[in-house]
Design a protein around this ligand. Structure first.
Ligand code: TMP
Ligand code: ZN
Length: 409
């Protein structure tokens, strides 16, 4: 059988797929209850470019299909994330030496991070392609323009505001298929001593935790220090610092500067050695990962079947975009889960993409606790467990699948 190969988005070499989930709907493509069942699907497949180490999707739907005026994701819905971005902003402000710094954020969403700069009177600009969240940001006093970021955007910003002392991005860069146009823009927009600081889910954590649900249409890239370093070097940039973040199920924050503008921290050296040991650029590591993913699917299906056989009710907790991969890949549907509880008003009353499980308000979970809750929002595990004593006290038990499939007895 001929194996298809794809062009690497960051170096043009060809790569092959190591893991295929089959035809998948959009991770955030929540459906109205009466929508037809022939929703849009695309082949969800991931590969490693052995030339440059970049792990990436083989194919991706058009950006316009995913980030549009009805984009369901509002960053500020999690208190924990709001606190995280407060810290992020605080750290950036400490590193800004210019007395009148200018801060740009790519994919600034509803202003969850830039708000902290706006409140402190720091010059700032958010770039956000989704109109509805951009409006929410402006309502918080966060200056926001509604467009995609590329070299042209960078030139327009420079003309109006000058170069940026900090360019920030959180959970954004891994979404952008045309990463080269973004880096070309960043190279131009960044002041000589400026820092481009971004964070995204970290490949090392995905492998360690078998968190394959990080893989869905919106995440084109699964970054490691190795792949990021190689890529940004093409633009005369280098990674000068890294810091792992306990958010989004394990993220890495990369600080990137013009070459030789800043000293390179010890954390970079340490992480590089750790990645070598973990084999983050070795195809064999990804074959082993694929085997663990398949095993995880088998175990989760078996666990749900066994629990259902006892007649117990199971409700999903958190209609995350990540859960779309799990639900469709594992073939979990409304026969397995009565509904999925979610606090986001825009998702309530809808059906999950592909698997068509009803999403209901959190009150429906609390008012009639099921015997089991399947934790989809595992990246918010600590926050959720701290809030759910009442569920436990009522005899409720958790089913989890990251890092392992577990069913509480
Ligand atoms: P995220 O993983 O992309 O942040 O999305 C988390 C989803 O889970 C979001 O739709 C809100 C939902 N959620 C709850 O329903 N209850 C909670 O306690 C938390 C933290 C999230
Ligand atoms: Zn490559």
């Amino acid at each position: 059988m001929d194996r298809e190969s794809y062009a690497c988005r960051t170096c043009d070499s060809s790569f092959e797929v190591f893991l295929s989930f089959g035809q998948m709907p959009l991770g955030n493509g929540f459906l109205s209850p009466h929508s037809p069942s022939d929703e849009y699907r695309f082949p969800l497949e991931v590969g490693l470019c052995e030339q440059c180490g970049m792990v990436q999707l083989a194919e991706q739907p058009d950006a316009e299909r995913m980030f549009h005026e009805e984009y369901a994701f509002f960053s500020s819905t999690s208190r924990r994330m709001a606190a995280h971005f407060g810290e992020f902003a605080g750290q950036v402000r400490q590193r800004l030496l210019d007395p009148d710094p200018f801060v740009v954020e790519l994919g600034s969403n509803d202003g969850i991070m830039l708000r902290h700069f706006a409140d402190a009177g720091v010059r700032h600009l958010g770039i956000e392609p989704s109109a509805n969240v951009a409006v929410a940001a402006r309502e918080k006093g966060v200056q926001t323009i509604c467009r995609f970021f590329n070299q042209q955007t960078a030139e327009d910003i420079i003309r109006e505001h000058g170069r940026a002392d900090a360019i920030l991005a959180a959970n954004v860069i891994c979404h952008i298929a045309d990463l080269r146009s973004v880096l070309a823009g960043i190279k131009e927009l960044l002041s000589p001593e400026g820092l481009f600081i971004y964070e995204d889910p970290y490949l090392g954590d995905i492998l360690t935790n078998t968190s394959y649900d990080q893989i869905y249409d919106e995440h084109v890239f699964y970054f490691s220090l190795a792949s990021v370093s190689r890529f940004v070097a093409q633009y005369g940039l280098e990674v000068v610092d890294v810091a792992s973040q306990n958010v989004h199920g394990g993220s890495m924050r990369y600080s990137i500067a013009h070459r030789s503008a800043h000293p390179v921290s010890d954390a970079v050296t340490t992480l590089r050695q750790q990645e070598d040991r973990q084999g983050l650029t070795q195809l064999a590591s990804f074959h082993a990962f694929r085997d663990r993913v398949e095993q995880s699917r088998t175990r989760l299906r078996t666990a749900l079947r066994e629990v259902r056989a006892t007649g117990a009710r199971i409700v999903g907790y958190g209609a995350t975009s990540k859960s779309t991969t799990v639900l469709n890949y594992c073939g979990i549907g409304p026969d397995d889960l009565e509904f999925i509880s979610d606090t986001t008003p825009g998702k309530q009353g809808k059906l999950t993409p592909g698997s068509r499980i009803p999403v209901r308000p959190y009150d429906d979970f609390v008012s009639d606790y099921p015997e089991y809750a399947l934790l989809f929002a595992w990246n918010h595990r600590d926050e959720i467990m701290a809030n759910e004593d009442a569920f436990r006290n009522a005899g409720g038990r958790w089913i989890q699948y990251v890092p392992e499939v577990t069913v509480e007895l």
